[in-house]
Design a protein around this ligand. Structure first.
Ligand code: SF4
Length: 316
């Protein structure tokens, strides 16, 4: 009996049974076709299941119903995407400027790494493959925003500048007037880091960065639009913003003024069974890892390079 009841619930869950008439009964009664039925299905459940994602699905079926393939001036939008790809390519080959202070893109990252940048320490050279990964991300984001615009959404405010407590940064864009940061993600991070209710284990400080952009406009909510590079799927993640981000920036600036660097990341490295201290992912990608840990031994296996600390000195 229990099994029968549970199966029934899974097949026809409670979000389709709100109100006096079940969604499936209404669809059958009105003799709606597949597309029409899906519009009703997603509109009926969005408050109880997937929020904005369900609304977007309903819109997608509505667009199919109205025969809408794309909106706007295809050539104009394609040209805009082309210009952004060209800018991204030029940016990759530009000589890197020494950072002369905090940037909004860094306020959520390791404070010690920012201290090294602010104090003018030279960054370690970036491998060619990392440049290509950045470039790939920029190109995908530009194409994605073009497609979003063609699908009928309003894409505005690209690279709009914001300043909070003297720290500057540029947002990605607004989509339908909502603050959105587009992120390209591996299959693993798409599944494990980006959730319907925001980012989990935010090692790269994306939430603080987005909160900085939202702060100047008094926003409490922003969105990450995650794009799965392996499967070409999209996920919209609603993110509660940190409304006291200005206080965080004030404290961060005090730490940057100090003559001693802030603490290392709590989980920056781990000790293996062989007693060797190995940098974890965040530190392995850091451009100041040698200033931070001293001499390192790099061991490359396949596409991954591991870094081992030559002289274990303990964190401070
Ligand atoms: S190596 Fe790790 S702890 Fe050190 S500055 Fe870089 S990110 Fe921070």
């Amino acid at each position: 009996m229990t099994h029968t009841k549970q199966s029934k619930d899974n097949i026809n869950p409670s979000h389709y049974k709100q109100g006096n008439i079940e969604v499936i009964d209404f669809i059958l009664d009105q003799k709606l076709n597949y597309l029409e039925g899906n519009v009703i299905k997603y509109m009926s459940r969005y408050k109880y299941k997937n929020g904005v994602e369900d609304l977007n699905k309903a819109r997608w079926y509505l667009d199919l119903l109205t025969g809408k393939k794309y909106t706007g001036n295809l050539q104009k939008i394609a040209d805009k995407v082309g210009t952004e790809v060209s800018d991204a390519l030029v940016e990759v080959f530009k000589e890197r400027q020494k950072s002369d202070g905090l940037r909004m893109s860094g306020i959520g990252r390791c404070e010690r790494a920012q201290w090294y940048s602010v104090k003018g320490y030279e960054q370690e050279p970036i491998e060619g493959s990392v440049y290509l990964t950045f470039l790939q991300g920029h190109i995908l984001e530009a194409v994605l925003l073009g497609l979003i615009e063609l699908s009928g959404h309003k894409v505005t405010g690209q690279q709009k500048k914001h300043t909070v407590e003297g720290v500057n940064g540029s947002q990605d864009c607004y989509i339908d007037d909502e603050l959105v940061d587009v992120k390209t993600a591996s299959d693993w991070s798409y599944k494990n880091k980006f959730t319907e209710t925001g980012i989990k284990d935010d090692a790269f400080g994306y939430i603080k960065q987005l909160s900085g952009y939202g702060k100047t406009e008094g926003r409490e909510v922003g969105y990450f639009l995650a794009f799965n590079k392996n499967k070409s799927t999209l996920k919209l993640c609603e993110q509660q913003l940190e409304t006291d981000i200005d206080q965080h920036i004030i404290q961060l600036k005090d730490k940057m003024d100090s003559d001693t660097p802030p603490m290392r990341l709590a989980k920056g490295s781990t000790f293996g069974k062989d007693g060797r201290e190995r940098l974890n992912m965040n530190c392995a990608f850091c451009g100041h890892k040698e200033s931070c840990y001293g001499a390192l031994t790099a061991v490359t296996k396949g596409a991954f390079t591991s870094y081992y600390v030559d002289q274990v000195a303990g964190s401070f």
